[in-house]
Design a protein around this ligand. Sequence first.
Ligand SMILES: Nc1ncnc2c1ncn2[C@@H]1O[C@H](COP(=O)(O)OP(=O)(O)OP(=O)(O)O)[C@@H](O)[C@H]1O
Ligand SMILES: [Mg+2]
Length: 680
Amino acid sequence: MVDTGKAMPVRGIIRRFLDMPLRRKLILSFLAVIAIGGILTLFIGTRIEHATIISLAEAKVRHDLASAWMVYQEKLNNIRDIVRLSANQEFLIEAIRSGRPSDLAAKLDGIRREFGLDILTLTDGRGRVVVRSRHPGISGDNQSGDPFVARALAGRSAAGTEIVERSELLKEGADLADRAFFRFVPTPMAAKRAEDYEENGMMLKSASLVTDENGAFLGVLYGGLLFNRNYDLVDRVKDIVFKGEKYKGHDIGTATLFQDDLRISTNVLDDRGNRAVGTRVSREVNEAVLRRGNPYLGRAFVVTAWYITAYEPIRNIEGRTIGMLYVGMLERPYIDLRNRVMATFAGLAGLCTLFLLALLAFVARQITRPLGVMVEATDRIARGDLGYHVEIGGRDEIGQLAQAFNGMTQDLRNARDDLTQWGRTLELRVEERTRQLREAQDQLIQSEKLASLGKMAAGVAHEINNPLTSILLNTHLLLEESGDSEEAREPLTLIADEAARCAHIVSGLLDFARQTPAMTVLADINEIIDRTVQLHEKQAAVRNIRIEKRLDRSLPPITVDKNKIQQVFSNLTINACEAMPDGGDLTITSRLRRDGTRIEIVFADTGVGIPRENIPKLFDPFFTTKSFGTGLGLAVSYGIVRQRGGTIDVQSEAGRGSTFLVSIPLEDEVKELEGEEISP
Ligand SMILES: Nc1ncnc2c1ncn2[C@@H]1O[C@H](COP(=O)(O)OP(=O)(O)OP(=O)(O)O)[C@@H](O)[C@H]1O
Ligand SMILES: [Mg+2]
């Protein structure tokens, strides 16, 4: 339950991020990478760089401290040499022997001043002071307890640093004791001390044995230099090691001598520009160096500024820690150097970031623009614009996608065109099929009509034929018997004519009804036309009708029942002639249909034409508009042509003439021919 509360916003943020436009997502991701990378680099870089610069500075300080020790040692050696050389001076031996210390004091004081020592004192062979060059008035005290004197008395010359108590300093002169005295300047970081002043001094000291020419033991000469408020050593260190360089008004390098934790000689300045003597070292350094006797290296706030510092203990000749030698380098120049490097680093990083951002914007655009185009294209295609073409070059994945996309739209386009085309063809086919079906249905109705009518006609004809023959026969007999009597002949002739007409109708009925099998032979259709025309030509001419033939003589032969086809052509010719009572033109054309599957014979007249309402009834048996007609001509013709697999079509307009088109397929013909060839 606790987790859900935290997970929800995180999940929400992730979802919101995932829903962003691609371009923004890319830029945000890149920015995150740049920011994280930049911060890490900056952080690590700063660390490394800081560590490097500071450790360089520390190494230098350590080296400087070593140099400072050399200056210190040189000073000590100097004092040792002065004391030793002075101890061997002839005048000294003479003076000791002669027992005139006043002369001696003057001589020794000359040497002391010449070499800048603070004390130069002579004792006798037991360590009692013979003369103090600085303060000749006090003598005779025993110095054999002094470690340097004691060592000299033991035959070894000695040199080193030592704490000298105020009482001893007072013996050498009140001014010296005053110089050594410090009241502590309050230092917040310093360790607590019971007292608030220092009255002892710290001194470089050396003692040397005085012997005569025979090596006889005469006394001890010891000299020393009080460090308190003596700035020679520290300033020399500053000059030699740091060459007095300054940085923004501060000395770059400083050196200090500590007596215990107290600054007794230094060139570190306080905020008023005075030497910061009387202040004390921090608790931390105190602990490390004075209490534990270790060197200390590190940054420290010294009086007014941060320094990179090195402290080492100063030990007396017995090895006890009595003070410290310090050198420090102002941290500021290093910090400034580090900051400069960091600024350069950050500047470069900023430039790199800007460059990366520009690159990022460019790359993001390169990716998202074509994607936008693809989205637009998909949209267009979804709206049905299949002609849309994506214009994206390049061979990368997006380029390939665009190519595939264009291929896909092309396929879609083709499929759609095919479908449309197919739909159109389908429509045409349906129309064609419907027409064929209607035709077949019409034909079926027609043939059924014909069949039933045929049966009836045959029955009627058969029944009528015998009485009719009998009527005709008897009428002719009566006519013969009637002689020349007009009165009797006239009705008999009428009866004979009408009976003959009935016989004609009956024979027509029988023709119609008789479904005789076709006697098919290979025939030239033009020849049949020729014969038909020959039969009717003369009679037509009498009625002022011209028959014109337009025959395609290259027509292939066709298997038909020649007589039946001739009967069809005759019926059509007679009908045409009968439709032109005042004369006209009948044009008979034969031709191969354009697709080469059928032979077509056209009878076109310029006669009275057929009213529109009569056209559907033309092929019905007994349909006639003529007083003398039987109405069987077209019905019989239709039956014959259908039997051969053909059709008869009519086009007519009342008053303008009619056109009858007989169409006979060649296909059956071809089959039959093939059949003949196979079985001769
Ligand atoms: N060429 C034509 N021009 C005008 N009408 C025609 C033509 N041919 C046929 N007809 C019409 O079609 C009817 C039927 O013709 P069909 O040949 O079947 O019978 P008919 O000519 O009337 O009689 P029959 O042929 O027995 O003498 C005709 O009566 C006539 O009205
Ligand atoms: Mg007719």
